[in-house]
Design a binder for this molecule. Structure first.
Ligand SMILES: Cc1cc2nc3c(=O)[nH]c(=O)nc-3n(C[C@H](O)[C@H](O)[C@H](O)COP(=O)(O)OP(=O)(O)OC[C@H]3O[C@@H](n4cnc5c(N)ncnc54)[C@H](O)[C@@H]3O)c2cc1C
Length: 395
């Protein structure tokens, strides 16, 4: 029997498995899908600057702590497994093309600088001097300015997942493909998971099942809105890199990999458990690439994909013990920041499971916390907030 059985083989489940196994626990992961079939693989891997500052809200504090841990984990994973997860401080440009956006730039600059983040305000000429390829964009004349954030980083999600899985196996984690179909609870304790291939007994049970967590948590008497929010991405292959930094324009972005691949993203779609891409959106994302970079000689569309971000009603993930079930835990609902927050989420939940004093106050993330009432205004960073922003952008 294991010390901890984790349902879910995405970034959240595997990061926790590694952390617990590193503390000497016997860990068993049951995952319906792994690697390329997870939302985690589908992510762009953008890690915006994440400082810890006075009065830092809980979600930002989790991101800031995770950010530091990512730097440590990248080194550790490379020396443990030989896999480079591609964490690089490529920097980021945040463009504006409307006068309303231009008016917000000064505020955004002060907000970043007030948090101690290196940030530079650029006019249109400054943007083009920074990334000359943007001058060739079909809509280059619409760029009014932007912010340069040298500390923005990127990571290769596929490589990070490979490295985590290799590290887990080295630490003795059992990774089983399977579906958790039923959770059997007796006297306020989970007794076993019933899976597609049998049963798993353990001391502790964790749901790290992304968008599917709400359905499983209901069996434990917990209501959790981890509604799936689809994001589509197009991957282009270029003969060589054309930009250096991550280019963000509203909710759209370009992420240049050093090998010439260019990710173009993304969408925020509330359409249920559908991981398909649509011709309309693929064409729209190609349009984003052309509007920013113009015609790209030698470009090939390598592939497109979609993933389901696990939504959150209040903009925070749920990390902690399930109320009234002594040995059941949850880490889910990371929405748009699951890659970034994966390291801190793993260490925080591992602290709670092993009884160590947690580095962060876990209360704001408690799975049983009250959520916004129906009809209340959407908290910043919540699923409803992003759906409203997308609708306003006419997506
Ligand atoms: C297009 C896109 C771009 C993104 N970009 C970024 C980014 O730049 N930066 C960032 O930080 N985040 C980003 N994200 C968000 C990030 O990908 C997610 O927050 C994160 O992957 C969630 O990880 P997870 O492990 O909770 O879920 P998942 O990766 O979905 O993993 C869930 C796991 O649970 C398993 N599972 C589900 N049900 C069961 C069951 N009943 N039994 C057994 N196993 C089960 C699944 O098979 C899977 O293994 C992006 C997401 C998308 C879609």
């Amino acid at each position: 029997m294991s010390d901890c059985c984790i349902a879910g083989g995405g970034i959240i489940g595997l990061s926790l498995a590694r952390e617990l196994a590193g503390r000497g626990m016997a860990v068993h992961v049951v995952a319906r899908t792994r690697g390329g079939d997870t939302t985690s693989w589908a992510a762009a891997g953008i890690l915006p600057p994440a400082p810890l500052f006075a009065g830092c809200p809980p979600g930002d504090a989790l991101t800031a702590w995770s950010d530091q841990l990512h730097r440590e984990w990248a080194h550790q994973l490379r020396s443990e497994t030989g896999i480079d997860n591609g964490l690089i401080p490529s920097g980021g440009l945040h463009l504006v093309r409307s006068s309303a956006g231009q008016n917000r730039l000064q505020n955004d600059l002060e907000r970043w600088q007030g948090r101690g983040v290196a940030c530079e305000l650029l006019d249109a000429a400054g943007v083009l001097a920074c990334e000359p390829a943007l001058a060739g964009g079909n809509d280059a004349s619409s760029i009014l300015g932007g912010l340069l954030l040298p500390g923005e980083m990127q990571i290769r999600p596929s490589r990070h997942l490979d490295a985590l899985e290799a590290s887990c196996r080295d630490l003795g984690v059992v990774i089983e493909e399977g579906d958790v179909r039923q959770i059997i609870v007796r006297a306020n304790r989970v007794e076993r998971f019933v899976t597609s291939s049998g049963e798993v007994r353990s001391e502790n049970f964790v749901l790290a099942t992304g968008s599917w967590t709400g359905g499983l948590a209901a069996a434990l008497g917990l209501t959790l809105d981890t509604r799936p929010i689809r994001g589509q991405i197009v991957l282009l292959r270029l003969p060589r890199p054309v930009i250096r930094r991550i280019v963000n324009r509203g909710l759209e972005y370009l992420v240049q990999r050093p090998d010439g691949r260019l990710l173009v993203g993304s969408t925020i779609e509330d359409i249920g458990f559908d991981t398909g891409t649509t011709p309309h959106t693929v064409a729209r994302l190609m349009g984003v690439a052309h509007s920013l970079l113009g015609e790209l000689p030698g470009v090939e569309m390598e592939r497109s994909w979609a993933g389901l971000r696990p939504g959150s009603a209040d903009g925070l993930p749920s990390i902690g013990r399930v109320p009234d079930v002594d040995n059941a835990w949850i880490s889910a609902g990371h929405f748009r920041a699951g890659l970034h927050q994966s390291t801190g989420s793993a260490v925080l939940l591992a602290d709670l499971i092993t009884g160590r004093p947690p580095h962060l106050d876990p209360a704001p993330f408690a799975p049983g916390r009250p959520r916004p009432a129906a009809g209340a205004s959407a908290p910043p960073g919540s699923t409803a907030d992003y759906l409203a922003r997308t609708a306003a952008a006419g997506d």
